[in-house]
Write a protein that binds this ligand. Structure first.
Ligand SMILES: [Zn+2]
Ligand SMILES: [Zn+2]
Length: 261
């Protein structure tokens, strides 16, 4: 009698735990977008490795006025094919998002635009990345600094394309393709965990102490700061660059340590 009640209680508790777990599992599998709503860096290994996703699909979302150049899209594909172990290949789909209003944008507003427009999600053997070329600027822009792009979720990037287009219009000798490619490849580097995003890189001695999550090597793709770059630094970049910066050997070693090529 006095041991019966605890047993019943234990049985009910077990049942309750089982029911709760079942509910959680169902909740996760019912949301097809859950895999794409994690923190920055969380999908670095899934993006770099052959398993569990052997294919990568990149959704390029843009307005009629902010489509990136063909050369930017093909050089992004080449950049990723050289570093990611995806035997099924890298493919690009485009989504026209019409004319959202609300510039300058906060990152929360960018998330809302993604949630309303994204069509490609990670499933089966394919991991999906969303790159939004938005017709507007970041609300972090000031007279002295400007944001070109931000990697804001595990598989999400925004490029402030109107800002890029304005910079090129004011510096006609520079190349929109080089600026677009540098910005989008740099932000992709953050999705791949560069530099030391999750504080688990084996070569973390190349993280720039004065510019966290970036690389100390001056000619590296990850040295260039796309998020809150000083306008004076950007001016020098626009005047001096005729090609896209490459990843230096230390950043490549970090990617290889996580399954990249
Ligand atoms: Zn950056
Ligand atoms: Zn580097």
């Amino acid at each position: 009698m006095n041991s019966f009640a605890p047993k019943i209680l234990l049985l009910f508790s077990l049942l309750f735990v089982l029911v709760s777990c079942k509910k959680d599992d169902d909740g996760a599998s019912n949301d097809p977008t859950a895999e794409n709503k994690k923190a920055l860096g969380r999908s670095a290994e899934d993006l770099l490795n052959e398993a569990p996703y052997s294919n990568l699909i990149i959704e390029i979302a843009h307005t009629p006025a902010t489509r990136p150049t063909e050369q930017t899209l093909s050089s992004l594909e080449q950049f990723l094919e050289a570093r990611l172990n995806k035997p099924g290949g890298v493919s690009i789909v485009e989504t026209n998002i019409g004319f959202p209003t609300g510039s300058p944008y906060t990152t929360d507003e960018i998330r809302d635009i993604e949630d309303a427009n994204r069509t490609q999600f990670t499933e089966d053997g394919t991991i999906a990345v969303f790159v939004l070329f938005i017709d507007g600027q970041s609300n972090n822009d000031t007279d002295t600094s400007v944001t070109l792009g931000t990697a804001y979720r595990n598989t999400s990037i925004v490029i402030y394309q109107q800002t890029l287009q304005t910079l090129i219009a004011n510096n006609p000798a520079s190349s929109l393709e080089v600026l677009e490619s540098t910005t989008v490849q740099h932000e992709f580097g953050h999705l791949l965990g560069l530099v030391n995003i999750l504080e688990d890189d084996i070569h973390d001695n190349h993280e720039d102490p004065s510019n966290g999550r970036h690389c100390v090597v001056e000619n590296c793709l990850m040295y260039f700061e796309a998020n809150n770059i000083q306008r004076s630094v950007l001016q020098r970049f626009l005047q001096s660059r005729s090609n896209v910066p490459q990843l230096d050997p230390l950043c490549i070693e970090d990617l290889q340590a996580k399954g990249g090529l």
